[in-house]
Design a protein around this ligand. Structure first.
Ligand SMILES: Nc1ncnc2c1ncn2[C@@H]1O[C@H](COP(=O)(O)OP(=O)(O)O)[C@@H](O)[C@H]1O
Ligand SMILES: [Mg+2]
Length: 377
């Protein structure tokens, strides 16, 4: 049996995939080739324990061409300065907080930063209302603890503790969802850079290279707002929604092309028309006014971020590949579109109906989309 390699469009991970063929490889594996090429050509000073210089980390995130001609694909599409400030922060003793509305690539950027700086993006704590202090400090293997008493072998280090010991970057996702008293465990770790283990009468000291990248959703404001003591230990970098229509189309196109390739969907997305329409609809519903500024529209309760536009297009790609003729058309995106917009069956349904009748119906070249949405009932 032969495996014909699928074509790899721009922005597609180029690294050799592992034998297990994971559904979603870690950034450091998926982009291993790019990271190796950057390390080889990087002659700028590297902070202690960093795999790459700050310049090379920035190039990895934003893309570029190396002196030997290797192309580095852009991971983040947006302002260069945002990434420079984030990388520069991590080279100091201050931690980095990526803040923004859902779908602005906070998780994506933090994963790539950790992969480029420490060679691993896998030290991560997922913040929820139920995150216990053990997830930030350490816990115990109770069988061993009972059998042998407290010992280093019975201790279960958290990702934060492992990052301190190895001098690596640890990621804390959705920091503001973590209960305030649990968050406080971070204050002494970030200010003193050591973690006491009184049960063993010892402490873990952070090695050079240790730092924290936290993400937080500014819609969650008020859930568990960061205490001012903790805020002082972070530099905040806000990731904005894409500036322009063209930039948002480009983000969606790049990500959906890469997703389609990794899911091996034999569908054609070279036709940008459908992406263009989905992005137009999302931007109009988000801003409350049509692109020509003539008609005001109501906004639905759902967050219509770039990430949702990517999902709508990815499901359209799958429908086109498996049930259509391989080209993404209006009836392939209609169901995903309505599903993303109508989250509340009453309020959002009204908002969507109004938009459909007042805006979509009036655009003559959108007749196919209007029909496809109407047919959904
Ligand atoms: N500016 C951008 N550049 C590149 N990709 C982006 C951008 N904005 C959003 N994305 C894409 O959106 C998706 C969702 O991002 P994610 O990191 O999960 O968002 P967040 O953590 O902010 O909610 C990712 O696949 C990411 O590639
Ligand atoms: Mg996230």
């Amino acid at each position: 049996m032969t495996d014909t390699p699928a074509p790899t469009p721009a922005g597609t991970p180029t690294g050799t995939s592992t034998a297990e063929d994971p559904l979603r490889a870690h950034a450091e594996d998926a982009w291993a080739d790019e990271l190796a090429a950057l390390a080889a050509s990087d002659d700028r000073p590297r902070p202690a324990q960093w795999r790459l210089s700050p310049w090379a980390v920035t190039t990895y995130l934003l893309g570029g061409t190396l002196p030997d001609g290797t192309e580095i694909s852009p991971k983040y599409l947006g302002q260069r300065r945002i990434i420079e400030v984030a990388v520069a922060t991590l080279a100091t003793d201050r931690a980095l907080l990526l803040l923004g509305v859902p779908g602005t690539a906070k998780t994506w950027v933090s994963e790539h930063l950790a992969a480029a700086i420490s060679g691993s993006s896998t030290l991560v704590v997922q913040g929820t209302a139920g995150t216990p202090e053990e997830s930030l400090r350490y816990g115990w293997n109770y069988a061993r603890l009972l059998a042998e008493g407290p010992s280093r072998e019975a201790l279960v280090p958290s990702p934060v503790m492992r990052a301190m010991e190895t001098g690596a970057v640890v990621r804390i996702e959705e920091l503001t969802r973590i209960p305030a008293d649990v968050q406080d465990a971070l204050i002494s770790i970030l200010s003193e850079k050591h973690l006491p283990v009184p049960e063993l009468d010892t402490e873990v000291q952070a090695r050079h290279g240790f730092n924290v990248i936290a993400t937080a959703n500014n819609r969650d404001k008020g859930v568990n707002d960061l205490s001012s003591a903790l805020k002082r230990r972070f530099n905040t970098v806000v990731l904005p929604l894409p500036d322009s229509h063209a930039q948002e189309v480009e983000i969606v196109r790049t990500r959906v092309t890469a997703l389609g390739a990794s899911l091996r969907l034999p569908a054609d997305l070279s036709e940008l028309a459908e992406i263009d329409r989905v992005v137009t609809i999302f931007r109009e519903l988000r801003s409350g006014v049509t692109a020509d500024r003539r008609t005001t529209v109501k906004s639905p309760s759902a967050t219509l971020s770039t990430a949702e536009a990517i999902s709508v297009m990815a499901s359209g790609l799958s429908l086109a590949a498996h049930f259509g003729d391989g080209v993404v058309r209006a009836d392939d995106v209609a169901a995903g579109l309505v599903g993303a917009i109508v989250k509340d069956p009453v309020q959002d349904r009204l908002v969507w109906e109004e938009y459909l009748e007042a805006v979509v119906k009036d655009r003559r070249e959108w007749a196919d989309l209007y029909r496809a949405c109407r047919e959904l009932g």
